[in-house]
Design a protein around this ligand. Sequence first.
Ligand code: ZN
Length: 242
Amino acid sequence: MIRVTVWNEFYHETVNEEVRKIYPEGIHGAIKAFLSEEEDFTVRAVTMSDPEFGLSEEILNSTDVLIWWAHVKHGEVPDAVAARVKERVLKGMGFIGLHSAHLCKPFTMLMGTSCGLRWRDNDRERIWNVNPSHPIAKGIGDYFELDHEEMYGEYFDIPVPEDIIFLGWFKGGEVFRSGCTFRRGYGKIFYFQPGHEEHPTYYNPNVQKIIKNAVRWTAPVNTRAAIDSPWAESPEKLLAEK
Ligand code: ZN
């Protein structure tokens, strides 16, 4: 079984009636619902208001793949909690950053760049499958369209990805690396751009299929109980000893 934890800041759904109508159980609830259709997944959802921001050692240590949705509350996640997530990824936990999670602390810590991008409101998006033999693209055609999605455009300030799986094109002319993979330590990372809270993106069958594929791809193959390199312990100490 792949143990999936869906993390959501859970803010827009509590303050915006339009968003609540689209996601009455929260975005995390909608994602949990479609992932729970898979017999090889066990899925739980946590939010920022849970103890330890929903990211206790106990939860992280029993998570194979962490899915992250956040938008306006990035700054409220303590650095120490974000660092705990990063450490788990380095030891093998999969991480899937959705939509505005491009600016969440664990993702920017793992990337090491600003992760900034160009954006504007609602547009029509065509998502091209530019890596059809990749496991995350399994069952996805040449392209699919979302009638309404927030425009995210290049330049997207990320390190060069291991693979680009999807390329988004917007009616306004912008393009975006909408689906990218990275590896850090023993962990695998997938970033996927669609999922603005004002649109029903997470009910789209292609979007659901991609996230399911990404769970299977980011699930750990080998894990490491501890980072045992002396350099990981304290580079300053080692330098002092020289
Ligand atoms: Zn958005």
